[in-house]
Write a protein that binds this ligand. Sequence first.
Ligand code: MN
Length: 737
Amino acid sequence: MAATPSPSTDPKILEVKDRLVSTYRDQRPRGESERIAAAFDLAAVAHEGQVRATGEPYITHPIEVALICLDLRMDDDSIVAAVLHDVLEDTPVQPEQIKKQFGPQVLDLIEGVTKLQKDVIPNASRQAAARAERNRAAESLRKMLLAMAQDVRVMIIKLADRLHNMRTIDALPPEKGLRIASETMDIYAPLAARLGIWQLKWQLEDLSFKVLHPKEFRDISDAVSKSRKDREAELKEATDILRNRLHAKGITNVQVVGRPKHLFSIFNKVVKQSIPFEQIYDLIALRVIVEENFECYLALGYVHDLWLPMQGLFSDYISAPKPNGYQSLHTKVIGPHGDPIEVQIRTRKMHEIAEFGVAAHWAYKEGSGENRGGEPMGQLRRQLFDWSSDSLSSSDFLRAVSTDLFSEQVFVFTPKGDVLDLPKNSTPVDFAFRVHSELGLITTGDKVNGVMVPLSAKLKNGDVVELITRRDATPSIDWLEFAKSQHARSKLRVYFRKLNKADNSQRGREAVERELNRLGLDGRRLTGDDAVKEVLSDFPQVDNVADLFARVGEGLTTVQNLANKLRGRVKDEAREELRVNESRAATVISAGHDNVMYKRAKCCQPLPGEDIIGYVSRGRGILMHRRVCPDAQNLMEREPERVTAIEWEPDGSIHDTNLLVVTLNRQGLLAEISAILGELKVNVSALKVKTTPEGRAEIQMSVEVQDQRHLQQVMNQVGQLSDVMSILRTFGKGSRR
Ligand code: MN
């Protein structure tokens, strides 16, 4: 093959070149079209003589890919890389040549795409089918996530490449076509959705749909085109009415257009929600594009004024954007002919983001030479990796790739931007040992996304973890309680086993004492020899207290295990104590049970399901305290004669409880919290939000719950939202428990 460029004279190829260069010039009159033409010449020579399965010259493929990238308004480097994306793999062109002619950025992009190509689609015939398929899906997903983390443009070029391959898939043998279509449906389309590039997503879906379910595809497209003819008049009428109304109301810079529904989404509705065909493509969809945010709400008002809104079918994605950045108002109304009309209202900018998604970040801007500047990569990463906040699409996504391999992993970053994959629920300690085992041993703290968090914090996809170390620091035995990875655990065990027995014993005792204190118990007393002797029989491996603590210190018995045993002893003691009190106070409770007023003490606000005691107050009825409340313990000691055993009687009432939620200050988070409370049927009786200069928000709220389990549900679900850093129950008088 020719090593020196000799621009082709083949008229077919000249036509392709002209299409690329003139499209580029139309879009970017002041752009560097010579650079694009030069890329074309290099690619044309390199691919000379190669032919696609369609019979066309190979060069048509990279040019179509480049045109898709142009359509997405990608920057010049991406366009050049798209033109050259197959030359490293399939032709003698050397990396140095590309670097010299087009710069290191372009070379990085091409190498990124080439790497994906090689790794993603291995020779499948050589491996056992089912298992290989699963591993391959997981592996390719992993590769793509890592590639995106480096430079998301690589992924967008790859998606464009896949789109063109899908457009020409008919040329491939059916078996190969099916495999590529299902991979597209399972991995590429969800990724495009995840990146918010709607244009790519629906095209990839419809093209795969056609290959995977040819009959259903035909049925739906026939029915849709037929119904479209019937509906055209109605659509035009509705469009005109709405446009006129908006103009009359002073919203003049507005676009009102009919919107095609894509076929796969109809198929999905038919299959998933078993809605009959007719009901779906009878639906007319309108899109209203305005200039300013406030005009969206104005327009919505006029839409609802014109046509009756259908109950419960309104969504405000402007105040609560979807995780991929999508913003719009959605509503459904009864149109002029009594048929439902779906209306989407958004600004031009929102529209651009909806169509181009992440690609909009790279959008070429006329006149600005550098168009990568200021991209908040951290935020972008979060967005890319934050599957958890978008429960629907992420579960769809994971189901689609059907791989537990991936769901058992979490991807996090070093401050330099390297990606590490760790087992799910890993902590900064796991991270530290993963970076380097010596580093794990001298870690004293850590920051996640720039915020100090405990070493026991669970890491989430996309977190950036920074370790704080001290040369003379040593690990804590507590770490074994939460370290998740086998690697970290075994390193820690080896470390503790090496220490001498006396040290281990001391270390174990301290760890158990800390744990008991954390549980609100008297750790010092309970780790005393007398108390520990009582539980010694539960540990047949040892026959004295020092050896038992040494076992804990070596990590052979967990801190939790011993602490629980000791805690069990306390419960028995307390129960004994109360039985005594009960007999003393018996007259009080039996005499006035029906008309005694029960009040929840403010200091601990007990809930049904929690262990409580009653304090017979002077003239204010019986005050209910949680047994663990310090005030209660005080009362039991000072006035045991007034303390009485009581139990909750379920009566279906609800109880006020205060919560403090600390979050990153992210738009839409409050809406997500509200949604959870709504789902759990929890009333909010008071709400206060305070933002801090460090970008945090503290949400103080009073909620009304039925019992302790109900509250636990609230705390679990809210706590699992991404960007929620902590959720705590708070009490009056500033005491916390
Ligand atoms: Mn390609």
